[in-house]
Design a protein around this ligand. Structure first.
Ligand SMILES: O=P(O)(O)OC[C@H]1O[C@H](O[C@H]2O[C@H](CO)[C@@H](O)[C@H](O)[C@H]2O)[C@H](O)[C@@H](O)[C@@H]1O
Ligand SMILES: O=c1ccn([C@@H]2O[C@H](COP(=O)(O)OP(=O)(O)O)[C@@H](O)[C@H]2O)c(=O)[nH]1
Length: 932
């Protein structure tokens, strides 16, 4: 079903189904409206794009066929008006594909004739009628001169086509080279070309450069014609860079990308040298579509395994940005084929063919002459059938239409000679003076001739080794309602998933199986043929090209709306310059910094095998932070605390040379680097559960390659960051079940799930709970001469530890999430503006003790002291911290508080930063501004 999520959900969610149906109804009304309008003004110019093309190519619609029930139309129209109160408008759609639906042939300096191009993509998109569509692409010809280019642009404009002019060299490198010699075979599981000299490597590189350049040229043309609100639909493997190029122009463009070929298993995609760049570029699109669920699944798994991103039931997530991935099986305009059978010209063809092959069963193959179509395998299977069934020798004929394609690519040239050779041999072996078993045509047929051929066929033979969908099988079914012929279909064509129940499915590599299927099909009783045909016919006539395109575009529109809603839940990016300015304007600052994934250097891409595992597992301070951190730590007006889940030795190793506070194990241990470690652990912390949890972690570590666990004094963490993502996730699920049903079922522990980790810690251990004890210690040990008036708290913290962000917030109403702050931002206010400075100024003179935050100095300091000896109980972060004299430690105005989540999309923090790299850049700015 179109629009299926890649995870195989059986249908679109119910509310969306309802809306889709409503929209479909509106479109129907819209169609009727347009038809009335066009007929009434006799304005043929506004005819649909598709008909414009067909007129020139004899793909004509029989007169009177477009007529409709005018009365019903007007009724529907009024209905539509009532419901909508306005005429529904056609959405502008820019279809961008390598090839325009027409190829141009030059007739003179400034004159051109246009011919329709063959191929599934063209056939499918010709059926798309519901949009104000323009097609942007290459006209299949080199036009070096301006006169020629202008004349061609003009001729194409009449067909609503816009040319992208690619010169010969680009076509050679981009189209023949990177597209058809590298991506095409790879995506069809034929592997990459083998190199035998370094020059080949260099030429791959130049082909890749040309590919990027060509994509940029397409993007330039799209940009030139784009109008706000347009939907831009990019097609196929030729244009994998296009979504990225377009979003670079305009992030608001609605961009969809659809792949017409298979997307191979991630193990195949992994072999491509430019694997990551291509995936990332496609992910810039809002919606990514494939013909089948399998292709979508492969794509998502390539993104998780190769890029280390998160695959969700909706698609792929990268730092909060979701690219939706779904299956949209293409269809054909079945009506057009059914109608064509009534056209006199087609009837004549049918009559001729019947006479020509009377007394023989007709088998048919229609393919571009491409390696993926399995033409040699098909012919060999036919040979085997003839060999084993002499009685059929003069009773069956195989008509093979092999449309020449990509003739400049050497592999295709080789295939042509190979096929000719096999056909010649078989015809020599089984032919007679009056008849040959195989009629092989190296050319394309016009639409009418093709329809006639489909109609007279007894058995259609599709033996693709891999095929995105294969529309020939659909077209055959559409033309078979009277004959009810049999379809033999490769299980490796996307069409096998939709026509599998009615067709005879075969493995094209198994010549014996295909040969016996030919026998089965030729001898099939009429009732079985009827049943099988009916099944396929129902599918082909109800899953049309129109539905496919409408569903894709409507999903794209939905995706954009959903993304906007999601964005509202996400805190805004940190306004770095404001944060720096406020830092400079303050007298006493506190910087609370996370460590892992905040200050650490990048490690090798997760999921990639063969790296240095030991090195990856060591957390290291980002080398570019060393100097800036020193500057910040040495500033007398600044106190820096690193709060981490890591144990003491990790923090010592990384920070011993700085003048800094270290809070290890989520604040359970604390030291200024100038002093000793002290524990803030509460008395009687029950750790009896540790051994049994450790056993479970050991068990899973042994069975999950590249996972590891860390045994800390107050917690245990099992980490699968470097393991295979999917396997790691499955193991984590299993591990949790073991924990819940076993060792911790009665223990006072919290299980904290990270994106690639599972942590077990004593109840109540969180960074937020630790922060007031940390502050107490800082106050106690350091002579702070004035209250803290600037706080920056920045980190990639687990959800449970995000209470550290809210510690410094006033107690806000229930709806005080970052989302509500974001709403305030949307309404024109910055999040911090929502609180007056009074809200957060904490009891300086005891007078403004808003939200009851004023702390009793003695309490706080006692708490700090007690915690040395483990003598304190847990205290909530709501307790305030004040000076001995009773004045507040904090004098924090709302706009001087910056809480920042790193690499997260949903957070309690006020702001976000994308990654540790962004944190590094920001801290460098802060340090630079201090020194200057
Ligand atoms: O433009 P060419 O290089 O001559 O190739 C013709 C087209 O071949 C491919 O078609 C695919 O699209 C069909 C419709 O979705 C699908 O049924 C088929 O399985 C695919 O092979 C190619 O993807 C197109 O871009 C080409 O235009
Ligand atoms: O002589 C021909 C033979 C084929 N086709 C069209 O080419 C398309 C082939 O599409 P398919 O999905 O089967 O494979 P592709 O060639 O796109 O890989 C079908 O729509 C055919 O009607 C055509 O126009 N003329």
């Amino acid at each position: 079903m179109p629009g299926n999520k890649y995870n195989g959900h059986p249908s679109i969610p119910p509310n969306r189904v309802e809306r889709l149906l409503r929209e479909r109804e509106l479109r129907r009304i819209n169609r009727t409206f347009n038809a009335i309008e066009e007929l009434s003004d006799g304005n043929r110019e506004s005819e649909l794009f598709e008909n414009d093309l067909r007129d020139d190519n004899n793909w004509d619609v029989p007169p009177g066929e477009e007529l409709f029930d005018a009365e019903a139309a007007v009724r529907a129209l009024n209905d539509g008006y009532e419901r909508n109160n306005a005429r529904p408008l056609k959405q502008r759609l820019l279809v961008v594909a390598n090839r325009l639906p027409v190829s141009a042939v030059r007739r003179g300096e400034d004159s051109w004739s246009l011919e329709i191009s063959a191929g599934g993509l063209v056939s499918a998109l010709l059926g798309v009628k519901e949009f104000e569509a323009k097609w942007i692409g290459w006209a299949g010809v080199n036009v070096p001169d301006e006169i020629g280019q202008n004349a061609l642009s003009k001729a194409l404009a009449e067909k609503r086509c816009i040319p992208v002019f690619l010169d010969e060299e680009i076509v050679h490198q981009y189209y023949n080279g990177y597209c058809n010699n590298i991506l095409w075979p790879l995506f069809h599981y034929l592997g990459l070309p083998q190199e035998d000299r370094l020059a080949t490597t260099r030429s791959f590189q130049s082909q890749f450069d040309a590919y990027k350049k060509a994509n940029q040229m397409f993007a330039d043309v799209v940009n030139e014609h784009y109008e706000e609100g347009d939907v831009v639909w990019c097609h196929d493997y030729h244009l994998m860079f296009l979504p990225k190029c377009l979003k670079e122009y305009n992030i608001k463009m609605k961009v969809g990308w659809f792949l017409h070929t298979p997307f191979p298993s991630s193990e195949i995609h992994r072999t491509l040298p430019s694997r990551s760049e291509l995936l990332r570029s496609v992910l810039a699109a809002d919606l990514v579509g494939f013909h089948t669920y399998d292709y979508a699944r492969h794509f998502v798994s390539a993104c998780t395994r190769i890029l280390g991103l998160e695959g969700t039931p909706e698609g792929v997530e990268d730092q909060g940005k979701l690219t939706r991935v779904a299956a949209f099986p293409i269809g054909i305009d079945s009506e057009r084929f059914i109608r064509a059978l009534e056209v006199p010209k087609v009837q004549d063809h049918i009559k001729e063919l019947k006479e020509r092959f009377s007394g023989r069963k007709v088998m048919l193959g229609v393919d571009r002459l491409d390696m993926i179509k399995g033409i040699p395998q098909k012919i060999l299977a036919f040979e085997k059938f003839l060999e084993e069934n002499p009685s059929w020798h003069d009773k069956v004929v195989l008509l093979q239409i092999a449309v020449p394609t990509r003739t400049d690519v050497p592999e295709y040239q080789k295939l042509t000679s190979q096929v000719h050779e096999i056909v010649g041999r078989i015809n020599g072996r089984f032919g007679t003076l009056t008849a040959v078993p195989i009629h092989h045509l190296d050319r394309s047929l016009d639409f009418h001739a093709l329809c006639a051929l489909y109609a007279v066929t007894d058995v259609a033979l599709v033996t693709s080794l891999r095929d995105g969908m294969n529309l020939v099988s659909y077209e055959f079914v559409a033309c078979q309602d009277s004959k009810k012929g049999v379809l033999i279909l490769s299980e490796f064509a996307g069409a096998a998933q939709s026509l599998g129940a009615g067709a005879i499915l075969v493995n094209p590599w198994n010549i014996t199986e295909v040969a016996s299927s030919i026998g089965y099909a030729l001898n099939m009783p009429p009732e079985e043929r009827e049943k099988r045909h009916h099944h396929n016919f129902m599918h082909v006539t109800t899953h049309t090209a129109q539905d496919w395109a409408e569903t894709f575009v409507s999903e794209l529109n939905d995706t954009i709306v959903e993304a906007q809603l999601r964005m509202r839940q996400v805190p805004p990016l940190l306004p770095v310059e404001v944060a720096v300015q406020h830092y400079l304007g303050s007298r006493n600052r506190l910087l609370i910094l996370g460590f892992n994934a905040t200050l650490t250097e990048p490690v090798e891409t997760p999921g990639r095998r063969g790296g240095d595992q030991i090195k990856e597992m060591e957390l290291k301070l980002h080398p570019e932070l060393k100097e800036p951190l020193k500057i910040l730590c040495n500033d007398p007006k600044t106190t820096v605390v690193v709060v981490s889940g890591s144990d003491r030795s990790v923090l010592d190793d990384n920070f011993r040379e700085y003048n800094i506070w270290l809070a290890a194990e989520n604040g359970m241990f604390l030291r200024p680097t100038k002093g000793e470690w002290m524990t803030t652990m509460p008395e009687h912390l029950n750790m009896d559960w540790v051994d049994s949890v450790k056993h479970v972690f050991e068990y899973f570590t042994e069975r999950t390659p590249r996972s590891h666990f860390e045994l800390r004094e107050t917690s245990l963490v099992w980490n699968y960051k470097y393991a295979d993502v999917e396997f790691g996730r499955l193991q984590a699920r299993d591990l949790l079940q073991h924990l819940w049903t076993g060792p911790i079922s009665n223990a006072a522990v919290d299980v904290v799930q990270g994106s690639r980790s599972v942590e077990v810690r004593s109840v109540g251990v969180t960074k937020g709970a630790a922060v007031d004890r940390i502050l107490g210690e800082i106050v106690h040990s350091r002579s702070i001469i004035s209250p803290i008036d600037y706080v920056l708290c920045i980190g990639h913290f687990l959800g449970k530890d995000e209470d550290i962000f809210t510690f410094f917030e006033p107690e806000l109403p229930a709806d005080s999430s970052s989302a509500s702050r974001a709403r305030a931002t949307e309404a024109g206010k910055s999040p911090v503006e929502r609180w007056s400075s009074e809200d957060l100024t904490l009891g300086k003179n005891g007078s403004k003790t808003t939200q009851g935050r004023s702390h009793r100095a003695s309490e706080s300091l006692d708490k700090g002291r007690n915690s040395h000896t483990g003598g304190s109980n847990w205290r909530s972060s709501q307790e305030n911290i004040t000076w001995n004299e009773g004045s507040s430690v904090l004098d924090l105005r709302g706009d001087n508080y910056f809480s920042v989540a790193v690499g997260r999309k949903r957070s309690n923090a006020r702001y976000l930063l994308g990654s540790a790299d962004d944190t590094v850049t920001f801290l460098k700015m802060l340090a630079a501004s201090t020194s200057s």
